[in-house]
Ligand binder design. Structure first.
Ligand code: FES
Ligand SMILES: [Fe+2]
Length: 380
């Protein structure tokens, strides 16, 4: 949802409990606190240095010789040059090199070399904390620049026999809370996506920053040359804040395990980048014979099926996008019994909009710039 869009409500529902902080005004802050996707390691290895707008900040992403990823502000603390590749910034010998005077930065953001003299100690980039899951790189966005308040899941996902993840990103006017809300909005699964027999398995489970939404449904999918399938699906959506939704999918008719990530990253306060990642597990012996699949070597089956999964996920997202990109946030939605636990979800979301403390600055970058202004780097 674009910044500043407000809802006008004439009467207050006594049943609706207003959320705290940024939500109470009827405006969703565009940058809720949390972990947000930045780039895949695969793309980073190819590009070496990426510049992008993320959470309203221009950032650069790169990694050093040991593979340690750095996400930092995109302008040099020395005299402000743009560090992105289009401006001449580059990664050399595992360091980020500024195109203006050649200062070199390590993956912690510290200036460690200056071609014209000793590196100034005060020359330090504001860096964001990062985490990596299955080759997906996330960075922490803290309200007022505060440190991570929780971790993303630490356990390694087994990759044996799984296809490599397929990524697809679309940018549109939107908000991560609105896209995440679809995981609990069971009514839309039927109406927008045409799923049948949608049923909640358990009540929503909320534990701090974590929310689980489990539901079953059936749907019919036509897979070219493989046939038409009535699919029976169990979905287990594991949500760790508004930037990280991971869905474990078990398809019972064929017998597939699928991993989906739905990753919404605010861009500029009005748009989000929604990245959908799919990965299919090993297909040993399908529950139902699939013409053509038996002729494929086993190692090829998961990647082939994953192509279809990615296609169907893209199709689903494209059904949602026209709605997401035009909807208004209703602080007090007039809900029906069929909607599911939307207000419970919204109460969960309130924690991602903490009231800023009076001392807090707008972002880690702004904070860093203030510190730099207090202590100009004169030790060149
Ligand atoms: S502006 Fe980057 S080294 Fe001078
Ligand atoms: Fe949807």
């Amino acid at each position: 949802m674009p910044v500043g869009r407000t809802e006008v409500h004439k009467s207050a529902s006594p049943r609706a409990s207003p959320a705290k902080g940024a939500l109470s005004s009827g405006v969703l802050s565009p940058f809720p606190e949390g972990w947000y996707f930045v780039a895949s390691r695969r793309r980073l290895e190819k590009a070496k240095l990426i510049k992008k707008t993320w959470m309203g900040e221009e950032v650069v992403v790169w990694c050093d010789d040991r593979g340690v990823v750095c996400v930092s502000e995109a302008h040099c603390p020395h005299l402000g040059a743009d560090l992105g590749p289009d401006a001449g910034g580059c990664v050399r010998d595992g360091r980020l090199v500024c195109p203006f005077h050649g200062f070199e930065y390590d993956s912690g953001g510290q200036c460690v070399a200056n071609p014209l003299g000793p590196p100034p100690k005060a020359a330090r980039l504001a860096v964001f904390e990062t985490k990596e899951i299955a080759g997906l790189i996330f960075a922490w966005w803290g309200s007022g620049g505060r440190r991570p308040q929780w971790d993303l899941p630490a356990e390694e996902l087994c990759q044996v026999g799984w296809s490599s993840p397929r990524l697809w990103t679309i940018r549109f006017p939107g908000h991560p809370q609105e896209t995440t809300e679809n995981s609990v909005d069971l009514a839309h699964l039927r109406y927008v996506h045409g799923y049948d027999s949608v049923s909640r398995v358990d009540p929503l489970e909320v534990d701090g920053h974590f929310l689980r939404s489990r539901f079953d449904f059936t749907t019919t999918r036509r897979i070219a040359r493989l046939g038409r399938f009535r699919l029976s699906v169990s979905a287990n959506a594991l949500i760790h804040g508004l930037g990280y939704s991971f869905v474990e999918v078990r398809e019972h008719t064929i017998g597939l395990d699928i991993r989906l990530w739905i990753l919404a990253s605010p861009v500029d306060g009005a748009h989000i980048d929604l990245t959908v990642v799919s990965q299919t597990g090993p297909v040993h012996s399908p529950n139902r014979p699939i013409a053509g699949l038996a002729f494929l070597p086993q190692r090829m089956r998961a990647p082939v099926i994953n192509r279809f999964i990615a296609y169907f996920e893209k199709r689903d997202v494209l059904q949602d996008v026209p709605i997401w990109s035009r909807k208004q946030y209703r602080l007090r939605p007039r809900l029906s019994r069929a909607d599911g636990e939307i207000m419970k979800f919204r109460a969960y979301c309130a924690q991602f909009y903490p009231e800023p403390s009076p001392a807090a600055t707008e972002s880690p970058v702004a904070e860093n710039l203030e510190v730099a202004a207090d202590r100009p780097s004169l030790d060149v």
